[in-house]
Ligand binder design. Structure first.
Ligand SMILES: [Zn+2]
Length: 462
């Protein structure tokens, strides 16, 4: 890059410093991983407090002014260290709580005793997201005593239980969290050796539809053949959610192609089949590129049905049946509009005049980054320097509630969704692990990003 804000020597210098720091970063990561900070209610919450304190201690050691806050939920850690006058402020996010370990028998080593095998560090939270916490600490250490920009670190304690009190924390402590750029380190890279910025997340909506055809159950022999029953009526209604090709047929939902093509990212049907465990012979549904179907087009999934089970079934025309529907929405779709569209669709397609009621269970916005501009330019350059290859833009088909919470609270900040995970991380599953080679590159990239944003501010660019 001509006209770069950092010289090749400065880049090498940051890289060398981070490499020298990695043994210490690694042992601090192991210490954090040994704390079983499961935020789920049924686990000992003293451990979550302990991991908050350990995180606070790591930040204090880097000279940050630190406090532990909670607003009716789990403890979050906020730390701040001012950089040079006039330098931009960067907010670094991660979370210190973890998922439950699940069945010990499914693990090849103790979940809370970090263990290295084949270049990967195994343990619950070794990746998600204590490695995110340590990437921030590593970046701070790389610039110890000469921080290029002001840095605020925010480490949440309840991401794994849906960040329930986060909106309150952002409201009460938002002033302290103001930043020009926000780095949310809780996502993934595309492959070993291929860094990624997560630029889209789908929104989500859950609703329960109930279909009624009779005011009470009646004998299937006496009335079957003339009177429709609820289960068949419900399944016919559910069948209208897709067209014959498997595209979502609810009018009013946004369908859009992903920014990256399958070819660009080397994604194909074989990989999708392998990753999903699709049975041989089962066809894919929908049209358009695979990544569009997974990241930017809507999905309609039936996730549960309430009606008599096979074991309890009698010869009855059932009067009512319910299904829970989960819609995944284009990143830009207003979930309120999607809810209206779903209600309309279900009412319009009621089979045989059945009574249809729909109740909203939960809805949330997706996220579409404005992935251009000076902060993104510097982030892409930092990733390219760290990996030796340009980062790709990826989407995630699921939702990460906290990302939208930050986007809403800080509409003027550039939001970068980065991460320490790779396709083999198995976050939330047994044998969760961190690829140590990739982790070093993550730390280098973040240290370079701070240097670049500082240098950008110093040269008066914006
Ligand atoms: Zn996470």
């Amino acid at each position: 890059m001509t006209d770069d804000v950092l010289t090749a020597d400065q880049i090498d210098d940051v890289r060398t410093r981070v490499q020298g720091l990695m043994p210490g970063v690694r042992s601090d990561l192991e210490a954090l991983t040994r704390i079983p900070s499961v935020s789920l209610d049924s686990f000992d919450q003293a451990e979550v407090q302990r991991s908050a304190e350990a995180t606070a201690e790591l930040l204090r050691a880097e000279g940050l002014e630190v406090e532990i806050v909670s607003e009716g939920g789990r403890p979050a850690v906020i730390g701040h260290l001012a950089g040079p006058e006039g330098a931009p402020t960067v907010l670094l996010y991660a979370h210190h709580d973890v998922q439950p370990p699940g069945d010990r028998a499914d693990w090849d080593s103790e979940p809370f005793e970090p263990t290295e095998r084949d270049g990967r560090l195994y343990g619950r939270g070794a990746a998600d997201d204590k490695a995110g916490v340590m990437a921030h600490v590593a970046a701070l250490r790389a610039h110890a005593g000469r921080l290029p920009c002001s840095v605020t670190v925010f480490v949440e304690g309840e991401e794994e239980i849906a960040s329930e009190s986060l909106p309150r924390i952002l409201e009460r402590h938002g002033e302290k969290l103001q930043a020009d750029a926000i780095v949310l380190a809780d996502s993934l890279n595309w492959a070993i050796g291929t860094p990624a910025l997560t630029t889209t997340l789908r929104g989500s909506l859950r609703a329960v539809v109930t279909v009624r055809t009779l005011d009470h159950g009646v004998h299937s022999g006496m009335f079957g053949g003339a009177c429709p029953e609820a289960i068949t009526s419900l399944t016919r209604l559910l069948a209208t959610l897709h067209d014959d090709q498997g595209d979502v047929a609810i009018e009013g939902l946004v369908h859009e192609d992903a920014a990256s093509s399958d070819e660009e990212l080397g994604f194909d049907e074989a990989r999708l089949r392998e990753e999903s465990g699709l049975l041989p012979g089962t066809e894919l549904i929908g049209t358009g590129s695979l990544l569009s179907r997974l990241w930017t087009k809507p999905a309609a999934v039936v996730i549960g049905i309430t009606c008599p089970s096979v074991e309890e079934a009698g010869n009855v025309l059932n009067a009512s049946a319910s299904a829970k529907i989960n819609l995944r929405l284009n990143p830009t779709q207003d979930p309120q509009d999607a809810w209206a569209a779903l209600q309309r669709h279900l009412a319009d397609h009621a089979p045989w005049g059945a009574t249809v009621e729909v109740e909203l269970d939960e809805q949330g916005w997706g996220f579409a980054a404005d992935a251009e501009g000076p902060v993104y330019d510097q982030a892409r350059a930092a990733f390219a320097d760290a990996w030796g290859t340009e980062p790709v833009d990826v989407g995630i088909g699921g939702s990460i509630p906290f990302v939208q919470a930050f986007a809403e609270r800080f509409p003027d900040a550039a939001i970068l969704v980065t991460g320490v995970e790779d396709p083999d991380t198995r976050a939330h599953g047994a044998n969760e692990s961190l690829h140590l080679g990739e982790f070093e590159r993550v730390c280098i990239a973040e240290a370079l990003l701070l240097a670049r944003l500082g240098a950008m501010g110093a040269t008066g660019r914006d």
